[in-house]
Design a protein around this ligand. Structure first.
Ligand code: ADP
Length: 669
């Protein structure tokens, strides 16, 4: 038993130390963790941003490669069929503009005329040249405009080709300006634009350009509506390629834009501006890429140092202004070029990007290199290069909502704090439960210890008596028959006591193993009570008890006679044991309603109120001054209650400390 105590104390100590040490470590780590949490979270944010930037860079490259694959499909056949396909069907928004040109650099699409390339002049008829000279002589030398007009009209009739005709129409328009008949001049210029858009002079310069620029010089507000119409048709033809673009297109377009400002209808201004913008995109493209494209066309492929992606030459933007890339496929017959817009690829990548596995939400922006660091004041932003082809920009990633970090950190701290408190609380609770359990076990062990010495003592007392009286008889010290009978009676009574005690211990052992069971039979309780009292008579008498008995006759109950006797014996024994000064015993047996009551009442020492709840516990004995000298095992009441309850009865107690106790057995009939 004592080893158990030592074990229990050691267990508590080990457990306590474990909890203390692990609790302290946990608390320390958690506090460290909580205080570093902001830093850790910020680190995580930066890590996620870098991961996102890396993914962006990869996706960007993939998107570009996919786009190039599509271009490759369009231009894989080196033929004019492809050119038509390209002109009419490629509507990819990623392509800002595109062009196709032959090995000499002549533009097939859009229509762009490079003045460097002269064409053979068409030969006109002699009569045409003769008449024309006559008319020009009238106009410029003689300033005889009337005859000049007549001769121009004559020349027009004999003009055999478009270029001859348009030359004369141009002269007539010029003449009408000189004649101060602007309306007629506008008529002829309109005709040139509408019918001779494609027709150029010997320097491949389209007459429509002359016509458009002349129209702009006619300072007659009344004719603005008339002038607007050919100008709009000029712009439409420029943008759809039916009037070729050339090096002077940009200049003319800006003049038209200025002229359009005087128009009163806003719709017209907008229409003109849109048409100009559309055409300007192409002009920009030519200006930017004409030279590198010509260089590529003239170089031998094997010596070219220009960068390539698949079959395409990559022409990088010439200045920071350009957020596009030009991809050029050099073919034997027709070569193709596409410009792809950085922002459009960016939008595609961002649209398709999934930000899974991320704790936070980010925004992705493209920032020109010189603006890096100025766009936000966030310290949680990262910027990095994303493509070897767009080195003028960086991808910048920052948190969508920076406050969310604070919230996140707060929530995590709260979570950790509460978790820690819960953990420590549980540990302390565990410790308390363990201490209680160990204490209870200690207490039980002490009770068992006491029980062993008590039971030994209890058994020894009657045995000593029996031994002593039997010895006296054997040694012949008993002289009279009366004494012999008296001694024999003592031996019988003490052995009965011994038997009852042993029965108690056996019954207790049975209840501990759940084996206490009775075979209930109909029996006469009145007779059982009388018989038990008879058995106890000796003890009551030698203890000078005043006994009153009120027993109803023939009270029949379903019970086990032996068990009831044992219980009654125990209760009367207690009444005798725990009555010191006033020795009275009242036994009552009566029926009331459907119950049978058997009361055993004494006027003994009584039981203190605070102990009453425990008297049925095993090994329990009230620890008071009065009880000190009274021996016992603490089993009597435990066994008695078990016996009664095993017979479906109840055992109740009613006691006042110092006045006496009443135990009642209630059996339901
Ligand atoms: P034991 O009598 O062997 O001590 P019991 O189980 O019979 O054990 O009784 C438990 C305790 O209850 C006793 O030690 C005693 O303190 C108290 N007790 C029982 N019966 C009486 C009684 N009639 N009067 C006063 N105290 C009693």
């Amino acid at each position: 038993m004592s080893s158990f105590f030592a074990k229990g104390s050691k267990l508590i100590l080990i457990f306590f130390l474990t909890i203390f040490v692990s609790g302290s470590i946990l608390t320390y780590l958690s506090i460290q963790n909580i205080s570093n949490y902001k830093e850790l979270t910020e680190k995580k944010v930066i890590e996620e941003e870098l991961a996102l930037a890396e993914r962006f860079s990869k996706d960007f490259q993939n998107e570009l490669t996919a786009m190039i694959q599509i271009f490759t499909n369009y231009v894989q056949d080196d033929s004019l069929v492809n050119l038509d396909r390209l002109k009419n069907t490629v509507t990819m928004q990623e392509i800002k503009y595109r062009f196709a040109l032959d090995k000499n650099g002549v533009y097939h699409w859009p229509h762009f005329v490079n003045n460097k390339f002269k064409i053979n002049t068409k030969t006109s008829s002699n009569s045409y040249i003769l008449n024309l000279k006559k008319a020009e002589n009238n106009e410029f030398i003689l300033r005889d405009f009337k005859n000049a007009k007549k001769n121009y009209l004559k020349t027009l009739i004999i003009a055999k080709n478009k270029s001859d005709s348009v030359y004369v129409f141009n002269a007539l328009a010029r003449l009408y300006v000189k004649l101060d008949q602007p309306k007629k001049a506008v008529y002829y210029y309109t005709k040139i634009i509408n019918d001779f858009g494609n027709t150029t002079n010997n320097f491949r310069f389209p007459y429509a350009y002359f016509a458009a620029s002349k129209l702009l010089t006619i300072q007659n507000v009344d004719l603005n509506t008339e002038i607007k119409k050919p100008l709009i048709s000029f712009l439409i033809k420029l943008s759809d390629g039916s009037i070729p673009l050339n090096d002077s297109s940009a200049e003319l377009l800006s003049q038209i834009a200025v002229w359009a400002q005087q128009l009163t209808a806003k719709k017209d201004v907008e229409l003109i501006e849109n048409l100009i913008a559309r055409t300007n995109v192409f002009i920009d493209g030519f200006n930017n890429y004409n030279k590198p494209v010509f260089d590529i066309l003239q170089t031998n492929d094997s010596t070219s140092t220009t960068e390539r992606i698949d079959d395409f030459y990559v022409i990088k933007p010439l200045s920071e202004k350009y957020d596009e890339l030009f991809l050029f496929k050099k073919n034997k017959i027709i070569s193709f070029g596409f410009s792809v817009s950085l922002m459009v690829i960016f939008d595609l990548v961002v649209q398709n990007q999934v930000s899974d596995n991320m704790n936070f939400q980010y925004q992705i922006k493209l920032i020109p290199n010189d603006r890096i660091g100025y766009t936000t004041s966030s310290y949680l932003e990262t910027s990095s290069n994303f493509s070897p082809y767009f080195t003028n920009h960086k991808v910048q990633i920052n948190l969508l909502n920076e406050e969310i970090v604070e919230e996140y950190v707060f929530r995590k701290k709260l979570f950790y704090g509460l978790g820690l408190m819960l953990l420590l609380g549980t540990m302390i609770l565990g410790l308390v439960v363990l201490i209680q359990d160990v204490q209870r076990k200690k207490h039980m062990a002490k009770l068992r210890d006491d029980f062993v010495s008590n039971v030994t003592h209890e058994l020894k007392t009657p045995l000593t008596s029996i031994n002593m009286f039997a010895d006296s008889i054997l040694l012949g010290r008993v002289k009279t028959d009366k004494d012999l009978k008296k001694y024999a009676n003592i031996i019988v009574k003490e052995s009965e006591k011994l038997k009852r005690m042993i029965t108690n211990i056996l019954d207790f052992s049975k209840t501990e193993n759940d084996k206490l069971a009775y075979n209930l039979k109909e029996c006469n309780l009145s007779e059982i009570v009388i018989a038990t009292l008879e058995e106890m008579k000796y003890w009551l008498e030698i203890n000078s008890f005043k006994t009153t008995v009120e027993v109803e006759k023939n009270v029949i109950v379903m019970a086990d006679a032996e068990g009831i006797q044992q219980a009654l014996y125990n209760l009367i024994s207690n009444a005798i044991k725990f009555s010191i000064s006033k020795k009275e015993l009242h036994i009552r047996l009566f029926k009331k309603d459907f119950n049978t009551f058997l009361e055993i009442e004494d006027s003994g020492i009584g039981i203190p109120k605070e102990n009453i709840g425990h008297i049925f516990d095993k090994f329990y004995r009230v620890n008071s001054k009065e009880n000190e000298t009274i021996s016992g095992t603490g089993l009597g009441l435990t066994v008695t209650r078990d016996i009664i309850e095993a017979q479906n009865g109840q055992l109740k107690v009613n006691s006042t400390f110092g006045k006496g106790s009443k135990f009642t057995i209630i059996i339901t009939t």
